[in-house]
Design a protein around this ligand. Structure first.
Ligand code: ATR
Length: 279
């Protein structure tokens, strides 16, 4: 069987959990492939990608700070990745590198597992308007939800993102204070900011006093696995979802694009939890 080499490029990269997650998934399916982390200095990105092509690398993930810049160095970019404005997965087709963004779709797939009715019946609030929010908002707008609202500390950034997806779905914007007051009107609330991430684990992105019981509260952070915000939400009767959904979801979708096979997401998730020391 052919043994392909896959990888992830980032700077720095030593904390990445992608290599062990993918290598575990390859082994579980009896595939002989290997996934390696490559630390690529931003000023050598073009060279690195040429080298990857020459070496026959079959596909790779792209992480911070290369997700936007990488678009200049590959041969083709999928439409949703272009709308998001970032690429996190590159697939080799013969001698061409094609860029995708599996963050939003990976997240969406995990969200679809959590809901009991079609997403078109849910009013969704996204907190944040950075790179992660762009991926999620674009995928949600592409799929269609009952209503879509973005709240961000810098409201102009929320407005810019809302404008960018407006051809797919109308999108409202709010300040964080307005979102706190209106929280009872949303069925799904997603935190895409880094507020609450290790080591600032006491911080919360918005106050949950007005949240309705049964709201789906989703936090993209997975370190810690259960943020203070999710803990508070759980106490108030929310259905909670942590950042493993998106991390594992984006990885699983990349894996499928590369191998044509579905990895065991439960196993991937369990592996990441073990790597995190069960936190
Ligand atoms: P990522 O790619 O992880 O989304 P990013 O593009 O840097 O990271 O975006 C970070 C997001 O978190 C932004 O929405 C940012 O708000 P601003 O646009 O106002 O900067 C938000 N964010 C980061 N720190 C924050 C804080 N302390 N309070 C509120 N929002 C914060």
């Amino acid at each position: 069987m052919k043994a392909n080499l896959y990888g992830v490029i980032g700077y720095p990269i030593h904390h990445s959990m992608s290599p062990s997650m993918h290598n575990t998934a390859f082994r579980a399916l009896g595939l002989n492939h290997h996934y390696h982390a490559f630390e690529v200095n931003p000023n050598r990105l073009g060279e690195a990608i040429k080298g990857m092509k020459a070496l026959g690398i079959a596909g790779f993930n792209v992480t911070i700070p290369h997700k936007v810049e990488v678009m200049k160095h590959i041969d083709e970019i999928d439409e949703e990745a272009r709308m998001i404005g970032a690429v996190n997965t590159v697939v080799r087709h013969e001698d061409r590198f094609i860029g995708y963004n599996t963050d939003g779709q990976g997240y969406l797939r995990a969200l679809l597992n959590l809901v009991s009715s079609p997403l078109q019946q849910y009013d969704v609030l996204v907190i944040g308007a950075g790179g992660a929010a762009r991926a999620i908002v674009t995928s949600l707008a592409n799929h269609g939800v009952a209503s879509l609202t973005i709240a961000n500390r810098t409201v102009e950034k929320a407005q810019a993102l809302a404008y960018d997806v407006s051809t797919l779905q109308p999108c409202h914007t709010m300040t964080l204070t307005e979102a706190e007051a209106a929280l009872g009107s949303f069925h799904i609330v997603i935190n895409t900011t880094s507020v609450g991430m290790h080591p600032h684990t006491d911080a919360v992105p918005i106050n949950l006093a007005h949240m309705r019981e049964g709201t789906i509260l989703s936090d993209l952070i997975y370190n810690p696995l259960k943020t203070t915000w999710l803990q508070e939400g759980e106490q108030r009767g929310a259905v909670i979802d942590n950042g493993l959904s998106m991390f594992v979801g984006q990885g699983a979708l990349a894996f499928e694009k590369w191998t044509g096979q579905q990895p065991n997401q439960e196993r991937m998730s369990q592996h990441v939890i073990e790597q995190l020391g069960g936190r």
